[in-house]
Write a protein that binds this ligand. Structure first.
Ligand code: CP
Ligand code: NVA
Length: 310
């Protein structure tokens, strides 16, 4: 898949089903090689710049370790310390960084800012989370689902909670690969209308159902995967108390899990809040695959890095 070289990884909508499956295959191969101690220095001499305007544990560590395992290096840059923080234009920053490094992973607030960075940079830009989406997490999640269920197509993914960045990328990704998707969020916290429309368009192509509801039980019925995420995302800390009230009844607990298929997986991108969006017995229980998801951030992102930067 030579045509992925130089391509940005901004949104799963930019990738075909075949390209997504190709990346997942590559991720599985790289994971296997890593487990067997087989070196794979595909990015020797290459540097990934990592710009962070928000906190991170998994994204930062998995990208940095991933670049090291691929024979390259990663450079952490805090948005606060860059001249962007003092008003240097994104377009200039993009052109300057393109002269030094071979790719940029960015985690920030504005999705439009990431698009602008990509427009002016001559190197691939990878979206490491914005207010609107989190596509790298979905690649790790799909790798995890394949490991546990042997496939993606034909499964039903239910998402319960805030219609946030995670929800959006899951919806688009699921519709692309042919998974039925059902989202339950309280009134006022439903997924973005534009994303929902895009999801329905992709779902029409793959022939799967899309449901957006306010009823968690309806969404979870017969689901193969039950996914949730925090009720107050990074940047929404001030809304925490209000959200705790609005999201009452949306906790993923054993009672809700019983409405899904008996072999349903529980998934969460982490960090999690036990007793809020998920009960401790579910996230720490036998159906939870959250640490497989975390691990697969490393392998799935290595596949993206190799595909776009090699
Ligand atoms: N899931 C995820 O992106 O985690 P971090 O915020 O720790 O990077
Ligand atoms: N929705 C969460 C995801 C964190 C990985 C947030 O944006 O904070």
């Amino acid at each position: 898949v030579d045509q992925l070289k130089g391509k940005d990884f901004l949104c799963l909508s930019d990738y075909s089903k075949e390209e997504i499956l190709y990346l997942l295959d590559l991720a599985a191969k790289l994971k296997e090689e890593q487990k067997q101690g087989i070196p794979h220095p595909h990015l020797q001499g290459k540097t990934l710049g990592m710009i962070f305007d928000k906190a991170s544990t998994r994204t930062r560590v998995s990208f940095e370790v991933g670049m090291y395992q691929l024979g390259g290096m990663a450079m952490f840059m805090s948005g606060r310390d860059l001249q962007i923080g003092r008003g240097e234009p994104i377009s200039d920053t993009a052109q300057v960084l393109s002269r030094y490094i071979d790719g940029i992973m960015i985690r920030t607030f504005s999705d439009a800012m990431v698009k602008e960075l990509a427009e002016y940079a001559s190197i691939p830009i990878i979206n490491g989370l914005t207010d609107l989406q989190h596509p790298c997490q979905v690649m790790a999640d799909f790798q995890t689902i394949i490991e546990h269920k042997g496939k993606l197509e034909g499964l039903k993914l239910a998402y319960v909670g805030d219609g946030n960045n995670m929800t959006h990328s899951l919806m688009i990704g699921a519709a692309k690969v042919g998974m039925e998707v059902a989202v339950a969020s309280p009134e006022g916290y439903q997924p973005d209308a534009g994303v929902t429309e895009m999801t329905r368009a992709f779902a029409d192509e793959t022939g799967v159902n899309v449901l957006v509801t306010t009823d968690p039980a309806e969404a979870v019925a017969e689901a193969d995967i039950v996914y949730t995420d925090v009720w107050a995302s990074m940047g929404q800390e001030a809304e925490q108390q209000e959200r705790l009230q609005k999201f009452a009844g949306f906790e993923v607990n054993e009672a809700l899990m019983r409405k899904a298929r008996p072999d349903a997986l529980f998934m969460h991108c982490l960090p999690a809040h036990r007793g809020e969006e998920v009960s401790a017995d579910v996230i720490d229980g036998p159906r939870s695959v959250v640490f497989d998801q975390s691990e697969n951030r490393l392998h799935a992102q290595k596949a993206i890095l190799v595909a776009v930067m090699k």
